[in-house]
Ligand binder design. Sequence first.
Ligand code: AHR
Length: 508
Amino acid sequence: MKAALNLIFLLISCVSMAQQVKITIQESRAKDTISKHIYGHFAEHLGRCIYDGIYVGEENKIIPNTNGVRNDIIKALKELQIPNLRWPGGCFADIYHWKDAIGPKDQRKHIENLSWGNIRENNAFGTHEFLDLCEQLGAEPYLAVNMNSGTVQEAMEWEQYVNNENGSSSLTDLRATNGRKKPWNVKYWGIGNESWDCGGHMTADYYVNLYKRYATAMTSYSNTKKLYRIAVGPGTPDYEWTETVMKNVPARRIEGLSVHHYSVFDWSNKGSSFEFTDNEYYKTMKRAWFMEEFISKNDEIMNKYDPEKRVELIVDEWGGWYETMPSGGGLLYQQNTIRDAMIAGMTLNIFNNHADRVHMANLAQTVNVLQAIILTKEEKMILTPTYHIMNMYKVHQDALLLPTKIEENSTYHDIPAISVSASKDKDGKRHISITNVDIKNDIELEITTEQLSNISAQILTSNKAQHHNTFDDPNKIKPKAFSDFKLKNGRLTLKIPALSVIVFSETD
Ligand code: AHR
């Protein structure tokens, strides 16, 4: 009897393994552009993200730098075509006073970073250093104003200082004295951060009233881009918060609503970033897949008040979050494995497919913190598997979203194993990104397209979810060319390996 049952079980598994997932690319339904800002990043004064990460100081003679910022990091971020960078936090934004960090460095006020580790900071990296870095990178700056320990006046003045014309006020005179005559024209402004938690434990009603004061005071100057004000949204399925903001903030005072979602399976025991069980892998991926529901439900509420989708969703914190590794200097330093590549591939597909509402997303965080794209140790630097996914997916930036339909999707436990998104770029070239999060099973795929001619592909994969790059073996995980597919009469067939991300691109 037992032998017979085993045979039946084996047969069922063989049938399910042979299943072919069908993907149709529906080019005729295309209408939305995938904003390049979905591929944005976030850098907070936290652990070794800014100090001893991005910024090593002008006086550093060992690590090559430009104005104190590591040259290798500048090069790596430029390669990604980083579209925007959010700064200075996070929780830190709500204790940050921008005036402490301008002017001659030896006269800047030293502060205690009360959000993260009570570390002493000398404020050597401030507004000028950050905005100059963004200019060097060709990235849009996204500033978060202090809504908790700060004031409306302080936020207004920050905006005047960075955006108003030279000579408009004593603040712009001060900017010129500090070495910058012309304004930086900062468009993106976050008003508060997680105001339901580290940003002041406010109720939604209280937040909305305070938000309106900030959003009214922070106006667009005629010489700058129109201001894009981003209100705090939920970081849990607290859809009431979204409802309160959308219902009560006048349409002309809000451009974006921010939401946060981290792929954490248990906040009290987040698990190791590189030594985890299959079950922990699955639980992390399940949390990553929740992004789909989180965006859809917020969008549903926003549709009630804003069916034209004028107010955009800004997912300005996302990624995997595990236990801190003391060996990396503590404070949210973690390794980055194939599991993180799966989170990134799946999540970016979700964002792309919601291009009608999602305008921006910021992976937390750029260097040495959480799901970092870059890790540093003295003069060494590693590009993580997540970096490589961002690099492979950059082809979607500002491209036309091609809607996709998946039929007979294989499941990994109770989540879809395959996720996909497709686009057509400004040169008319099509791109398809596919992620298979199944930890064991390769999956047969058939992709039907209206037109697709010559294509090439890149794959990022490994046979263990725990695999990662180290300072001694920095290139263990990197993308490789993938040619194991057939393309005939608009039918693309392949077997996508377990734990892999593939991006197909049309060539000439
Ligand atoms: O990214 C780390 C922290 O996570 C941010 O400071 C905060 O906004 C969130 O809780």
